[in-house]
Structures are given as C-alpha cells and as structure tokens.
Write a protein that binds this ligand. Structure first.
Ligand code: OGA
Ligand code: NI
Length: 361
C-alpha cells in the first residue's frame, strides 16, 4: 500500500519536474487548487502564533559613519554582537549599496522569472554546481512538502560565468548587485569577527566567502496560501546570509517559540547568521529558523546571498574556532568540510529539523 502511495508521489514529482516551468508554470495554467504535493500538515500552521509585541522586533542597525568614526564602528559591532547572540537576525540600513540598485535588482529578478518560459526551461536543472540554474524546490525528491516558489541561482564562485551567459533581461544588473553585496558581506565578516573578539580578518582568512551563491527567489501568488509555504521553516547552510526582500512581506523568524515578521524596510538588507557560523562560534551566534509564508495577492521576490566556503575543496575543515574555546567552553561540534555540511543539509531537505545536531559531539 505505502509503496503505491510513494510511487504515485514520485510520478507526480517527476511530472512537475519535467515541466521545467516551476511553480510559476502552475500559476500560468490558471489552477485554482494547488497540487497535494504542496500541502503542509495543519500543525505547521498552528505554530503560526504571530507576535505583535513591540519588544519582538528584529534589530535595525544603521551603518552610517562605519568607516569614518571609530566610535560609531564600535557601537555597530556591539549591536551586531547582541543581535547575533539573541536573534541571529538583523536588518542593516545605510549599508552603502545605492537604493536605486536595490530597486533595479528586484525588477531584474521579476523580469527573469516573468520572461518567456522557453528561455527559463533551457536553464532548468537540479544540478546546483552549474554556474547558472533555474530551479524549483532544490529538495524536490525529499519527503517534505513542496514549497511555493522558484529560484534562479548563480554560483558566484564559478569564475567561468561570462556576462553573456546571463539571460539578456537581467544581464547587467545581477553581476552588478553581486559585486555590491559581496563587498557588504566582506564588511560584515569583519564586523562579526570583531564582535567575537577576533582579528577583523579572521573570518575572511577562513575563506567564508569562497563558495558564495546568489539565489533570486520568486514566490508566485498562490490560490490556496493557507495550505502551503513559500519556503518551509529552515536554517541556512551558510556562515551568513544577506537578503534583499521586496515590499510584500511574509518572511518570519522563529524566536522564543513564536513566529515573528521581518517587516520589509525598502532601504534595508536583512542579515542572518547561518548554521556553519553557529558551529564555528560554538553556539555563541545563533542560526535562527525562518520561513516565508505564501500569499494570494502578488508575486514576491527576494535575493539571498549565501556566504559559504568553497564546496569544491575537501581540505579545509570547519570546527569551533580555537580562540573562542576554553575549559568552561569546550567544543560542542566536530570538524567538517563545508562540502560535507552542505551535502548532509541538502540530503535532509527542509524537514524542520536542524542539520547542526548531526555535527554535535
Ligand atoms: C533563503 C531564504 C528568504 C526569502 O533563501 O534561504 O530564507 O525571503 N529566503 O526569500
Ligand atoms: Ni533561508
């Protein structure tokens, strides 16, 4: 009996995969009921007790004068420390990326996903080691319910990508945004290093950016948003993530057993601590579970820059940073290569459990 159910599910997954049109392809067909593959069990929603308490607001950190005034910089470092220890999330304003570039980037992502589906089909793949991939549900064949969204992924670390490899509708903007977000991320790695009491170059020297990836998400409007998720609750397999979100909303973080909105702020970028940062800081900085709700109003776009180590290298091992350990604070995790961490994370899929458990000593 269960084999039959599994076979039906596999058949439906394959059929969806083979359309190469993603979730937007379903919406374009004009469906009014979403396929059961996307249904989440009701308990996923019963946890959705949104908090409206004022104290439950993700910190907003202003980077004005960060490079000019040493006092301002120290204050910013304290705020980064506090936010990383308590929330694992913060928003940054006055980060130095021009606001018109943020707008142009969101427009570019919309143009990518709303272009002729034939162009997207040619880029459709489940192989995220390719430099440029259009995909939907990276964990499609895992047992978890599907998510209501599509992604255009750029492996920023592959130096074989040429400008002309990008689809013409976003050729200029994506690499340009990539350069800016990379620069901001390098600054964040310095601030996070200092927030840990380490040399500013510590995390950069650990190559926490050599396998970066840019994920351009598109969450089409969903006819039955109460049955599914844009992205199910998960932590990121990163050191840190820098996220650009549009004005639609739906991003939430799991904090003290409540789901709390990350309100869209047009000029802000959202930063979150990833699992591998939690691992190397020996649980000092928190990788917070987060998710994206589906909506039936308008498409939502977001762009996540994943700060990761080189996945092609098995040599470098990541474990709790020696300088942070002491007799009272012994290592809680074993060392792992970044590639092994991501392989475990991806095989598990977004099933709501933490990949960190697997690496605990
Ligand atoms: C992610 C993610 C959130 C969003 O890419 O890991 O959590 O708002 N994205 O799309
Ligand atoms: Ni995420």
């Amino acid at each position: 009996m269960s084999t039959t159910t599994d076979e039906i599910r596999l058949h439906e997954l394959k059929a969806f995969d083979e359309t190469k049109a993603g979730v937007k392809g379903l919406v374009d067909q004009g469906i009014l009921k979403i396929p059961t593959l996307f249904h989440n069990p009701p308990h996923k929603f019963s946890k959705a007790t949104n908090s409206t308490k004022k104290t439950h607001t993700i910190p907003v950190i202003d980077f004005t004068n960060i490079g000019k005034d040493p006092n301002a910089r120290q204050e910013i470092i304290s705020k980064v420390r506090e936010a990383s220890e308590t929330w694992g999330f913060f928003q940054v304003i006055n980060h130095g990326i021009p606001l018109n570039l943020l707008e142009d980037m969101k427009d570019g992502v919309i143009r990518f996903h709303e272009q002729d589906s034939e162009v997207k089909k040619e880029m459709y793949s489940r192989d995220l080691t390719k430099p440029l991939v259009f995909t939907s549900n990276f964990d499609l064949y895992s047992p978890a319910p599907l998510n209501w969204g599509d992604t255009f992924a750029w492996d920023m670390a592959s130096n074989t990508t040429k400008p002309e490899d990008f689809p013409v509708v976003c050729r200029d903007i994506i690499p340009e945004y990539g350069r800016h977000v990379m620069k901001l991320g390098m600054e964040l790695l310095e601030l996070v290093s200092e927030a840990l009491g380490l040399d500013p170059n510590h995390l950069k020297d650990m190559d926490c950016y050599k396998g970066n990836m840019l994920l351009c998400h598109y969450y089409p409007p969903c006819p039955e948003p109460e049955l599914t998720m844009g992205t199910a609750g998960h932590c990121d397999a990163t050191f840190l993530t820098v996220l650009l979100q549009d004005h639609i909303g739906g991003l939430q973080i799991h904090h003290q057993d409540k789901w709390i909105d990350v309100p869209p702020i047009p000029e802000a970028l959202v930063v979150n601590i990833g699992d591998v940062m939690q691992l190397i800081t020996n649980d000092r900085f928190k990788s917070a579970e987060h998710r994206v709700l589906a909506n039936n109003i308008a498409p939502r776009v977001s762009v996540a820059c994943f700060f990761r180590a080189d996945l092609r290298s098995q040599e470098k091992l990541y474990g709790p940073i020696k300088e942070l350990l002491s007799e009272d604070n012994p290592p809680r995790y074993r060392e792992t290569s970044f590639a092994d961490f991501v392989a475990y994370f991806n095989a598990k899929g977004l099933d709501g459990t933490s990949a960190l458990q697997h690496f605990k000593l």
